[in-house]
Design a protein around this ligand. Structure first.
Ligand code: NDP
Ligand code: 8X3
Length: 251
């Protein structure tokens, strides 16, 4: 029987790549997103590729909405083998003393509380079954703050701690827990961070070959397909000319 993967934030970037890579690797996919049109065009693409899937419309920040969407999954889709907590974003790059309260709330609500919401709803069934896999998309930004990264970096540091905590809490079961920490990945990430300023977003990837969503999805699929006794606990994936979160050599 095919395994089922649930991917949050599946309509763009790393999440979309995970949908395609897991689908091509033979998984059935539950693709979560919060935009019905984007989910429907993803679904058409998956149909063309012959990937078995369903979509799940829910904003991970909204606990009741998320619970309802999970409860409404068809019975035969309720057993989730792999959960990829990917939905997330950065907003702004201002010094902390000039940051936007609204941006901070959205980042904390999505990157920390949204990830926790999904985990809290999906993982109990994995624990009851004694198996499953949670793959959280953290970031190199969680390892150390960089200029203007303040709150975003803090949310990704929280993802690291939350991931480590879950791994400890399920260590008496065969549930595996992974934190993938990407560096510079060219997606919609910077367009979102700079509130639609495309020129500023494009500059982030100038003079360096960034990672792609596919590069990160390959790591997620690898972690999921490792033998059952192998737990890929944490992976830091940087672009080759990136020395750390803040050291990027542009040519
Ligand atoms: P994208 O902006 O391309 O994709 C983000 C996805 O998350 C979109 O599908 C977006 O949906 C979805 N999303 C955002 N908020 C919510 C929400 N509240 N509920 C459901 N879905 C939501 O960026 P990336 O692919 O780059 O980002 C994916 C993850 O990777 C994030 O957690 C990010 O922090 C992390 N990351 C990214 C890096 C990078 O350099 N790109 C590096 C390290 C980590 P919508 O389109 O509707 O907004
Ligand atoms: C995204 C990577 O370095 O732009 O988490 O914050 S970075």
């Amino acid at each position: 029987m095919k395994k089922t993967v649930l991917i949050s934030g599946a309509t763009s970037g790393i999440g979309r790549s995970c949908v395609l890579k897991f689908g091509r690797a033979g998984y059935r996919v539950i693709a979560n997103g919060r935009d019905a049109d984007r989910l429907s065009s993803l679904s058409n693409e998956l149909k063309d590729e012959g990937i078995e899937h369903i979509t799940m419309l829910a904003d991970v920040r909204h606990r009741d909405e998320l619970k309802e969407a999970l409860d409404a999954l068809p019975e035969e889709w309720k057993r989730v083998d792999v959960l990829v907590n990917n939905a997330g974003l950065a907003l702004g790059l201002e010094p902390e003393y000039q940051g936007s309260f609204e941006d901070w709330d959205i980042m904390v609500d999505t990157n920390i509380k949204g990830l926790l919401n999904m985990t809290r709803f999906v993982v109990p069934d994995m624990v009851a079954r004694g198996e499953g896999h949670v793959i959280n998309i953290g970031s190199v930004a969680g390892d150390a703050a960089y200029a203007g990264g303040n709150v975003y970096c803090a949310t990704k540091a929280a993802v690291k701690t939350i991931t480590d905590g879950l791994r400890i809490d399920v260590a008496d079961t065969a549930v595996r827990v992974t934190n993938i920490k990407p560096g510079l990945v060219e997606t919609n990430f910077s367009r979102v961070r700079f509130h639609g300023d495309n020129e500023r977003a494009d500059n982030v990837y100038k003079g360096i070959k960034p990672l792609t969503g596919d590069d990160i999805a390959d790591v997620a699929v690898y972690a999921a397909q490792a033998p059952a006794h192998v737990q890929i606990a944490e992976v830091l994936v940087l672009a080759t000319h990136q020395g750390s979160g803040s050291v990027i050599v542009r040519k």
